[in-house]
Design a protein around this ligand. Structure first.
Ligand code: ADP
Length: 455
């Protein structure tokens, strides 16, 4: 079982990291894909724009007029098709001029069909062979068709004076767009897995952080269960011993009576332990406002003062109480708070030997009301002081067992104070006595007008 639990924690951590990586990874991949397609679209749009400008420039060079009383088209001044040098880049693979009747008139680059078959507009086409055109070589035009066979072709009708004078068709290699997109793909192919690994590591780290408090509370629960079972096992064993002794023959009625009384005592102490455990399990979190009652603190403590004055006489202790002059109204749960103050007062009585002093004092410190119990008892060693509020913690099991404590009294007191939004502090020096302070905040139900420093 023990080895299963750490496994369970690392499995949960792995699952958390996996789900985190998966969800973040899918967001990342979708984002990268969208980015890639948007960039591809933008690149193609810019490319098309350039191709369109080229057709416009070429179309502007076409001259349509009457030559020897015949309507003739002159392509002399058309870049690429005419004798004109290329005023722009050399990406153009081919250019063609068709008559209004879609018959081929002039071309540059790959030999076209005699008839214009294409629709006007842009087209992406694949060129199967690298062109071996002498005209092209003569012009010194380098084509990258050998590497990339993808071309972008634009066919436009050309008008002059609202009259169709022919069709211009040009195509350029898509290699530059492909190169840019390939660089982007390479960046994404390398970048996405690296980012995914970073996300995975972050997920693993976050999973660890998320599991930490669960792990801690699990360990606390395990310690608590182990301690509780240990505490219950010892008295159970004692009950069995007394019962077996009582069953022995021949039975002495006095011994039997003694055994039964012991069993009863042990069972009572077990009952107390169980109610303490239940109390700790049930009273967590913050108290709801309806569980609070506005009380006059000094009056309310009066009953406890009376009870502990009697006890002090029986234990030969000097018990004093010091309360502020002014009215202190405080919103608390009286039953729970009584339990907390009693636990601290009982400890003071328990750990102060005959002739010692115990003082109960109430004072106001800025926005806190402090209930302080001071004793001149045996004190608490410095090393134990940070642990005394832990469940089942006993400074010295011998002295605690002797005094009958389970090590739960302070844990309960602390829990009660915390559900009231307060704090509990212990100051102690071994052999010199201890001071416990319950600091309770003035809430809206309390009377803040009373909150003046009397220190
Ligand atoms: P217990 O029921 O065993 O007294 P508590 O939780 O009340 O358990 O206290 C925890 C430990 O703190 C005890 O074992 C005890 O040794 C020590 N302690 C608590 N109050 C005092 C005190 N007023 N003086 C000396 N030691 C104290």
């Amino acid at each position: 079982m023990r080895s299963l639990i750490p496994n369970m924690f690392s499995r949960s951590r792995r699952n958390l990291a996996r789900w985190f990586t998966l969800s973040m990874g899918s967001i990342l991949v979708s984002f990268a894909t969208i980015l890639y397609f948007l960039e591809a679209k933008e690149q193609l749009r810019a490319f098309d724009q350039e191709l369109y400008s080229t057709t416009q420039m070429m179309a502007a060079g076409v001259e349509d007029g009457l030559y020897q009383e015949q309507q003739r088209i002159s392509l002399e001044d058309v870049p690429i098709l005419g004798g004109e040098a290329l005023p722009f880049d050399n990406k153009i693979i081919y250019a063609r001029w068709y008559t209004p009747k879609k018959q081929l008139l002039e071309f540059f680059g790959v030999t076209p069909s005699e008839q214009l078959n294409n629709q006007a507009g842009f087209q992406t086409i694949e060129l199967n062979e690298a062109p071996k055109n002498s005209h092209e070589e003569k012009e010194g035009i380098s084509t990258s068709v050998g590497q990339s066979k993808l071309l972008r072709q634009l066919t436009v009708p050309v008008f002059q004076d609202k009259q169709l004078i022919g069709y211009l068709e040009i195509a350029a290699s898509l290699a530059p767009v492909e190169e840019t997109l390939w660089t982007l793909r390479l960046f994404l192919i390398i970048g996405v897995p690296i980012t995914l690994s970073i996300i995975g590591l972050t997920g693993w780290f976050l999973g660890g952080m998320a599991m930490q408090p669960i792990h801690e509370s699990y360990e606390q629960l395990q310690r608590f269960t182990a301690n509780a079972s240990h505490e219950l096992r010892t008295p159970l064993q004692a009950i069995r011993n007394h019962a077996q002794f009582g069953l022995l023959e021949p039975i002495d009625p006095d011994q039997q009576q003694n055994s039964l009384e012991n069993i009863d005592q042990i069972a009572e102490s077990m009952g107390m332990l169980i109610s303490d455990l239940l109390f700790l399990a049930r009273n967590e979190g913050q108290l709801k406002p309806e569980a609070l009652e506005l009380i006059n603190l000094v009056n309310w403590l009066g009953a406890l003062v009376e009870e502990y004055t009697h006890l002090a006489k029986a234990k030969n202790l000097e018990f004093t109480s010091v309360f502020p002059e002014q009215l202190v109204m405080l919103a608390i749960n009286p039953d729970l708070m009584r339990q907390a103050v009693k636990n601290i007062l009982s400890n003071a009585y328990r750990y102060t030997s005959s002739g010692g002093k115990v003082r109960l004092r109430v004072f106001i410190m800025s926005r806190w009301v402090v209930i302080e119990v001071q004793d001149s008892g045996i004190g608490i060693p410095e090393a134990d002081l940070p642990h005394i509020f832990e469940r089942f913690y006993r400074v010295d099991s011998v002295r605690s067992r002797h005094t009958g404590g389970f090590g739960l009294g302070l844990a309960i007191a602390q829990q009660i104070v915390q559900v009231h939004g307060g704090q509990i502090i212990a100051i102690s020096r071994l052999g010199e006595g201890s001071t416990f302070q319950i600091k309770l905040p003035f809430t809206s139900k309390s009377s803040p007008s009373q909150a003046i420093n009397t220190e």
